[in-house]
Design a protein around this ligand. Sequence first.
Ligand code: NDP
Length: 262
Amino acid sequence: MKVDLTGKTAVVTGGSSGIGLATARLFLDAGANVAICGRDSDRLASAMEDLGADEARLMSFQCDVLNKEQVNGFARAVEEKFGGTDILVNNAGQARVANFAEASDDDWRDEFELKLFSVIYPTRAFLPLLEKSDIPSIVCSNALLARQPEPHLVLTSSARAAILNMLRSLATEFAPKGIRVNSILIGMIESGQLHRRHKAQAKNGESFDDWSRALARIREIPLGRVGLSEEAAQAIFFLGSPLSSYTTGATLDVSGGLNRNV
Ligand code: NDP
């Protein structure tokens, strides 16, 4: 099935790397205009080069999603260039490793600020544009931790659960406007963070593939491997595009079977 998003615009926060970059590529391939943001200008420039699309259909904007003014500026720039926004992918973020004994008050505040406001600011800024779309949709990159917490990721797990709850309310509140709100629940996807762990932990020249498969066995991931950014991006694309036009308030599991919930 081919989805034609020609003339539509997809915005991807954290689109300069990993899942966000793979998502931007899928929307470009479907004909959409794409706007990505991130904090690091070099990473953004290399993502633009990597995506290699016509500049008439692709833009980047340097912006920290935790800075309200910068996010509002991003929305204005997207409106100026593309005239609106049809799909917003709230993807920017990272995990914070700590158990309860290690976590300070500031760690708790920082983690809740990152996880909640990385969704709140872009959603608020792009809402007026989404309201004018005929296929409006919001998709968030969330984590399986929201439903299946891990003690060594207590901060992230708690904040992810809060997002899951908030998104369910947004889905109901925005439904009369036709704006769908969904999220993916990611287990373990190949990422810069995982590659750094491989470099630090792998012994005797063990390849990333062998090392990550061993990790998947230890973590008891039923499919026996970590996922690819493209596999998470495909789930985001499905939820963001009209392929899922009758789905809102839902989560799509991208965890290789790690999700033990029925
Ligand atoms: P990457 O580290 O590869 O990409 C993260 C992206 O977000 C980068 O473009 C980064 O750019 C951007 N970013 C981070 N913080 C900010 C910020 N404050 N403002 C703007 N941009 C920001 O991660 P993944 O692709 O692996 O992860 C994507 C999302 O999925 C994240 O939210 C992550 O927490 C979540 N996730 C990932 C899992 C995994 O296994 N990979 C598991 C569960 C959830 P820059 O640093 O230049 O700002």
